[in-house]
Ligand binder design. Structure first.
Ligand code: WT7
Length: 656
């Protein structure tokens, strides 16, 4: 690790924006000066300039009860109105909001006027179904325009969405529905993935299957189903409704009511250090301000001319902020693609860039590395000359991938922005401004205007340039999480207790400052893994594994992986009773599939090793560090604190 860091810190390539790019850029250097002079005033200006407030706010930040912040508290707005109606009212109703492309190649162009109309109808349907302010709605959809419409319609009536990624299992969906107490689920029969229809409705049916005796009170009253896959589905009359029957039949008249700035907008579940996912809560005014601002200045959005494409699924925070809320608040035109990057051919993304003339592309390092692996000739078959800005998000981007992205995809012309943020931060926090900053391959670099971060040691002391430590956010920001749904104590413990004295937010990431004071992210310092830019907790996968009848004990680590950044590697001990009755053959494979069914395919371990023992300290704590050494094929590190120091050689032998 340290040699890798030294290598990173010796990176001395610099890329300044071209004069033309800098001259036309939305984000300029004076934003930093404004924010440094009056940080709250800076955010208040952004909120007024970028959003329409039905009741203007007079207060900006209230931090009198940390860590519970409010922003623009006495202001009122309607989030959906800001993303839709006002663009239509300004005469831009015919502008394309979504160039949507299905995986099989079907396409839909949805204008701002059409999307507004659809959302108004759906808002009326929601009201008829008894969904109003504060009610929770689970959204479990493929990447289709209805996903965006569903989020906005829920927001429009002041309700709270909880989008659950379509790749999650029925169990994961059930846990999220129950935790939030959702009254309605919006889903589809299925969607296209890897060339075939992947069903969704059956998972909803399973999640809601008879729960008598389970001790859980059923909160879901209705299931609204989009027809997309055309696959057969079971139907529960009275509970289930077809979108195509009720939405077009509803009235397209709908007045957008004003809600307080702190009205909850959504809950999004993410993995933490325990087995139970956390429902990260975001509210309206501050979130939308920072979403719109960062999308505008970091993605350099010129709404009249750009074709923007963020490749994330709306099931993740990146999709919330940079597919739905940011770009639509800015009135931008974007591409939305349903399927996988390599279906039906490995050049599919580049074909879409050429077809729609994409100017701004925002994606994850894992995708870039998998394109690197298949070779530049695939991308080079397409005309990518429309691209003028490239973005990266989700995990550290290694300088090799950065350079490849720059030269093969960006034609050595388009600036690259590496954006650090989290589900919890709601929007970007650390990134270059593409028209201002000289970029460095591999570094996220500088906090955005109005954002203050630092790198500190365990005691909360600044480490200073040239040193490594823990990344903290030193002052509250508009899009910050307002809490963990239903668990205020966990919110305080997870993010604020560590540096309670200083009042810093602890991000969970290691970082280093180089001699210029630029930030280099070094990955998580807790038991959270990052696989293809998706967060997974070791504890969550361990608990799924021990839920299998064969498994006595399990330890999971994130091992570095050339393509996915990290990969899930599991070490399991099989119950003796199980081995007496069954052959262990094929068991590793079965357990991989089991985790996929329990949590979702993204959590499926790359490797499952069956071992006789796990390395534990005298107090019984599993030493994952040593297992990571094994999983990464390294010499095993210091074992002196193990209860039984011989155990690692046994494990290493069993893995080979
Ligand atoms: C974690 C947050 C940001 C939306 C997608 C992931 C890692 C994110 C970067 C980056 C280095 C990054 C961090 C962070 N991360 N962006 N540009 N460079 N690391 O959101 O699932 O909440 O994960 O992703 O470790 O803590 P998330």
């Amino acid at each position: 690790m340290s040699s890798q860091i030294d290598h990173l810190l010796n990176e001395d390539r610099r890329f300044a924006p071209s004069e033309d790019f800098a001259a036309a850029a939305v984000g300029t250097a004076d934003l930093y000066h404004q924010a440094a002079t009056d940080r709250e005033g800076f955010w208040a200006d952004r909120a007024r300039e970028l959003l329409h407030w039905q009741t203007p706010f007079t207060k900006v930040l209230d931090w009198s009860n940390p860590p519970f912040a409010t922003w623009f508290e006495d202001g009122e707005l309607n989030v959906a109105y800001n993303c839709l109606d006002r663009h239509v009212e300004a005469g831009n109703g015919d502008r394309v909001a979504l160039f949507w492309e299905g995986e099989p190649g079907d396409e839909r162009r949805v204008t701002y006027a059409e999307l507004t109309d659809e959302v108004k109808r759906l808002a009326n349907v929601l009201t008829e179904l008894g969904i109003g302010r504060g009610d929770r709605v689970a959204v479990y959809l493929p990447m289709i325009p209805e996903a965006v419409a569903a989020m906005l319609a829920v927001a429009r009536v002041g309700a709270v969405h909880s989008v659950v990624f379509g790749g999650f299992s029925a169990d994961s969906l059930r846990a999220r529905i129950d935790d939030a107490g959702a009254k309605l689920v919006i889903t589809a029969d299925g969607g296209y993935r890897k060339g075939r229809v992947s069903a969704l409705k059956p998972a909803v049916d399973l999640a809601l299957a008879d729960r008598n005796g389970s001790g859980v009170q059923e909160t879901v009253e209705h299931v609204l189903v989009v027809r997309r896959g055309g696959n057969d589905v079971d139907w529960t009359p009275g509970r289930d409704l077809w979108w195509h029957e009720v939405v077009p039949a509803a009235s397209a008249e709908h007045e957008a009511e004003a809600f307080p700035a702190e009205n909850p907008l959504f809950i999004l579940y993410t993995s933490g250090t325990t087995g139970k996912p956390k429902g990260i809560l975001h509210t309206s005014g501050g979130y939308l301000t920072q979403a719109a601002f960062t999308n505008r200045v970091v993605h350099d959005i010129h709404p009249e001319s750009d074709v923007y494409w963020c490749t994330a699924d709306v099931g993740w925070i990146t999709g919330h902020t940079y597919v739905t809320y940011g770009p639509l608040a800015n009135g931008a035109t974007q591409v939305m693609y349903e399927g996988t990057p390599d279906t039906p051919h490995p050049g599919r993304w580049w074909e879409l860039v050429e077809k729609y003339g994409v100017t701004i592309l925002y994606t994850a390092p894992t995708a870039i590395r998998s394109f690197m692996k298949i070779g530049r000739q695939v991308a080079q078959q397409f005309d990518l000359s429309s691209l003028r800005l490239l973005g990266s998000v989700g995990e550290p981007i290694n300088p090799e991938a950065w350079m490849w992205y720059r030269s093969v995809i960006g034609g050595d012309r388009a600036p690259i922005i590496d954006t650090w943020w989290q589900t919890e931060t709601g929007a970007m926090m650390i990134s270059a401004l593409p028209g201002v900053t000289e970029t460095k391959p591999g570094s996220a670099q500088v906090p955005l205007p109005g954002i203050t971060v630092d790198v500190v040691d365990d005691a909360g002391q600044e480490v200073g340039n040239g040193n490594g430590g823990l990344l903290v956010i030193t002052e509250p920001w508009p899009a910050m999480l307002r809490g963990i749904w239903g668990d205020p104590d966990r919110f305080v413990e997870t993010y604020w207790d560590k540096f309670a004295e200083q009042g810093f937010y602890f991000a969970g990431d290691g970082a280093r400052l180089d001699d210029d004071g630029d930030v280099w992210l070094l990955g998580r310092v807790d038991d959270v893994m990052n696989v293809s830019g998706h967060r997974l907790s070791t504890a969550e996968i361990e608990s799924a594994l021990v839920g299998n009848e064969a498994v006595a004990e399990a330890a999971v680590v994130g091992a570095s992986d050339e393509t996915t950044g990290q990969a899930v590697v599991a070490f399991v001990i099989i119950k003796e009773s199980y081995l007496k009755a069954h052959s262990p053959e094929g068991l590793a494979q079965t357990l991989r599939a089991w985790v996929g069914e329990q949590i979702g395919p993204i959590a499926r371990p790359r490797d499952v090793y069956i071992v006789g023992e796990l390395p534990k300290t005298r107090s019984g704590k599993i030493m994952r560090r040593l297992l990571r050494d094994v999983a990464e094929g390294r010499e095993v590190g210091d074992t002196t604190t193990l209860a039984d120091t011989a155990v690692m050689s046994v494990i290493s032998a069993q893995v080979k």
